[in-house]
Design a protein. Sequence first.
Length: 326
Amino acid sequence: MITPLKSTFLATSIAALTLGGFTASIQADEFPTQDIRMVIPYGPGGATDIIFRLVSQEAEKHLGVSIVPVNMAGAGATLGSRNVKDADPDGYTILGSHDTIALSKLAGMVDYSYDAFEPVALLTQTVNIPTTYPGHPVEDAGGMADYIRENPGDVRFSMIPTSTDHFFWAQLFEAIDIDINDVRLIGYADTGEQVSALMAEEIDFTITNIPSGASFYANETLRPLGVAHSERLNGLDDVPTLNELGIDMVNATSRGLFAPEGTPQERIDIIADAYEKALQNEDLIARIENEFGSVPRFLAGEDYREFLVENEERLAEAANDIDFDS
């Protein structure tokens, strides 16, 4: 004989068994239920840090949880990327980075590239700007080639080894038909050191962008030589594009989000959707364009995967001209 208590227990157990798979499915699909940790592999205050924080503040409004930035600088931006690569693939840890992921592998610093992650979304591209000091004989990027040929081995270009500007120069030299061995590449630790060296006229040229160079352009401490974009930038309307100067080249730092390999696609899609909605905010778009000289460009899914493949191929081609041991 089944007592009322046992009957109630039995009925509950049967219901749980019957609906167990459905209940588990609902619980599995509830994402996110806690804050998401976003690792930025650079220190605070730089363009990468500022842009990811800015967009994430808007994206978290569409997620219902906070996106917590964690600066993890070191080892040429590989400390942060490795931390995310090795994190649990549950969607609660993501990486905010850029081309440096591929650059680090091409330079032999690590044995992984984009394919070690699940791409989430491309967010912005920051246009690069070759720059010099006022009074330098080269007035725009169109005059660089002749100046180098007139001063072989003496023209000094600054760069952060294995960084985006290192590769920028390799691509530019190819575009203007200059042998990289005919110039001097001087390594610095960060953008601040490069700008200081340029202002002291210790070097001839460096790479800047609106986030790092706008104030110097405004007070004429530095002089932009052209913008590596398909059209002129807001705030630098009088500075021609490299294409206008006869140089067939566009170049930008492409910032996007990555998750550990194996992260469920449905969770990646939820995060990507929140960032896509964030980049539809007109005030945010205006800040990205006007304050940070960047272009909002959202790509996700297969489109972003294809973009990363093409990006790495271009960087690998430029790497052929770089001696990383020098």
